[in-house]
Structure formats: structure tokens, C-alpha cells
Design a protein around this ligand. Sequence first.
Ligand code: HEM
Length: 381
Amino acid sequence: MKSIIIFLITTLIFSCSGPNGNRKTASAEGVSEEQPPTEQGEVWSAKEMHGARLIREQFRNALNTSTPEGAEMKRDAHPKHHGCVKAKLTIENSKLKDEYKVGLYKNNSSYNALVRFSNGDPNHKKADAKSDVRGMAIKLFDVPYTSYLEETGVDENLNVHDFVFMNSSEFFIKDPKHYGKFMDSVESGGFGLAFFAIGAFLNPKDKFVTILRKAFAMKVGNPLDIDYHSATPYKLGPTSSKMKFVSCKKTKEKVPKHAPDNFLRNRLAHYLDKQGTCFDFYIQPNNDKKRNNIENAQVKWKTRKSPFIKVGRLEVPKQPKKEVIARDQTCQDMSFNPWRAPSENRPMGGVNRIRLEVYVKQAKMRQNYNSVEYPGPSEFK
Ligand code: HEM
């Protein structure tokens, strides 16, 4: 038990979950992004909005204080990338019910894509061989629909669709209230955090420790070897859904004994220099709305009632190592946002609504600091 708590606190805790800063009560700066009307049992009121603004403010403070004078500002979550690689997503919707053929799934089409593989820890110098959360962000180009961010005037005619996924099928934070408590525990430092983790561990309804432990325990010898999940729900016309990309790579690579700190970047580029690979794309329509509460991001959706349906494939072709390496700065300058999705497939639930409040502003802040124009590189090259 003690080792779990220490493990959590020392290595895991901040990945895409909270910054290093303090929970301030001052009002958040900047205009809030427009939240969509609630539906399908979503809960969002002034109270949650206030909480989301506080969380955003904490992220802002953390990023300000963690960026050394004169250094490039990194992302506050998932700052270390292994590379951005070219890919193509093909949608094949024949197994979907007609009512689910909306937005991305409306037509059988292929889209060029760039994929950014990352580690979650806010310390971008952390060695790849250490326990961490792993991320995969995808940008599709020239999509024939407008995203939620375009509809609401945040983005201008980008015609892109982003996916922001991780190596866990559930998110370790339940809902905005839980997130607020977690942030408060971060503010109180080690003991507060330990108290939070112990409380979560002892509460059979809180899966915080279980979910985090599973994601961190995953040994990754190549970012192309593992599966990536939406973790949180997304709209699918009249229902909600989760998504996942399942690695096609048959031979999984081992973590070397004396792994160089950045060995995943070498493995990724080296593998693709020799051959291509792919990820099968699945969607899980929510057929059990009562049990699969979209306001609880920790719930595992049972596949017996809500099976995954294959809806396409992400092909990652063979590509020269030097091209992947040359894309390094582009990879840093880009921004990915799960709300770059059409309204019919928009993110759902309180955790995703917090992301709407946080991602745009954090990306703008980072890019502005680095003299990059928001939203950063958005072309396929
Ligand atoms: C309330 C919940 C969350 C918050 C507040 C949050 C916060 C953030 C922030 C601030 C960034 C950096 C954005 C930028 O500077 O461009 C980020 C990036 C990222 N987040 Fe989250 N996150 C949350 C939930 C999630 C979830 C549920 C996932 C995955 C299922 C996820 C996966 C990622 C990944 C992969 C990146 C890196 C994206 C890239 O490659 O640019 N996050 N997150």
C-alpha cells in the first residue's frame, strides 16, 4: 500500500491531470469557450464552469512557473514527444447502424493524418523507460465538415479533426468535482496527495489508483506497439461512444536494459524507416446508458452489452527516419484538441468540458510565448 502511494506521488500524478501550481481562488483570465447545451444526461452548471476556470488558472500558473527564463515553453501535459509521423485514416462504416453514420462516420473516406506520440509526465526530460502515461494525438486533414471549434468561432477554416488519446480505456478522474478535490490535494503537497490517493484506494467506488497503476505499469518498447483509447465519451448521433486504436504490430519490442533516455524516439523513427504498420480503429456505441454514465469517466463500459465495432484503419506507412526527425519542431509547435471534432461526434461529459476550457487557452499561451501563431502548424507535410 505504502509503495503504491509513493509510486503514485513520485512518478505518476501529474500526467494530464493537474499542474504543479497552486489552486487559486482568483478569477480566471480570458473569455471562456462556449460550452454546448447539455444532452443525454450531461451535467454542467455555473458551479462546474467555475471549477473549470479555476483548473485552467492552475494550469496557466504552473506553465508560467515551470518554464525557465529564455527556454521554449512546452506543453504542460504530454510535453515530450517521440515524433510526429505521417499516416492515413480510412473509414469503413458498413458495420454501423444508419443512425450512427454521422460526422466522421458519414462516408467511407480516407484522410491524410499526422500522429504525435508522447509521454504524459510534465517533466519532458523524464527517461522513456520510467513508468508513465503514453499519448497518441492525431490530426486528420481536409475533412469535409466543420469542427465544434470552427462552429463556435475559435478556429478558422482549418478543416481538421483531432483525436487526443492515451493508453488507458478509462480516465482516472471521475468528474469535475473529483478533479477539484484532486487539485486541492495537489495544492496541499505530498501529504494532501497521499491522503487523496489513500482515500481513493480505500473507496471501492473510486478507481483512481487502479486506472493509473494499470496505465503506468504498461511496458512500452515502441510507441507503435500499444493501443490508445479515447478514455472519455464522445457523441455518436443519438448516443455516446468510446473509441480505440489497436496496434497491428505483431512483434512487440522489449524495453532495453540500459535504455537511453529517449530510446522511444529512436525506436519509432527506426522502425518506420524500414517498414510501415497500422492501428485498427474501433468505436464502442453506448448500449447501456444507465450503467455507462457519461458523467463518470472512470466507468469501464462492458463489451458484452456495448461491443466495439471496427470502423477503419490508421495506416502508418514506411517513411524516412530523417523526415520524422525533421518534423520535430512542427511536432512541438502544433496543438491538438479533442473539440476539433464535428458536433455530431463532440466530446461529452464534465471531464471533456473542462478540457474545452483548458486546451485552447493553454495552446494559445504556449504558442504565443514561443512566437508561434495559434493553432500552430495545421498542414499535412
Ligand atoms: C480534465 C481533463 C484533462 C485536462 C485538464 C487535460 C489537460 C491537458 C493540457 C493542458 C494539455 C496540453 C495542451 C497544449 O498545450 O496544447 C494536454 C495534452 C494532452 N492530453 Fe490532456 N487533459 C485532460 C484529459 C485528457 C484525457 C482524457 C486524455 C486522453 C484520453 C488526454 C490526453 C492528452 C494528450 C495525448 C495530450 C498531448 C496532445 C498533443 O500531442 O499535443 N488528456 N492535456
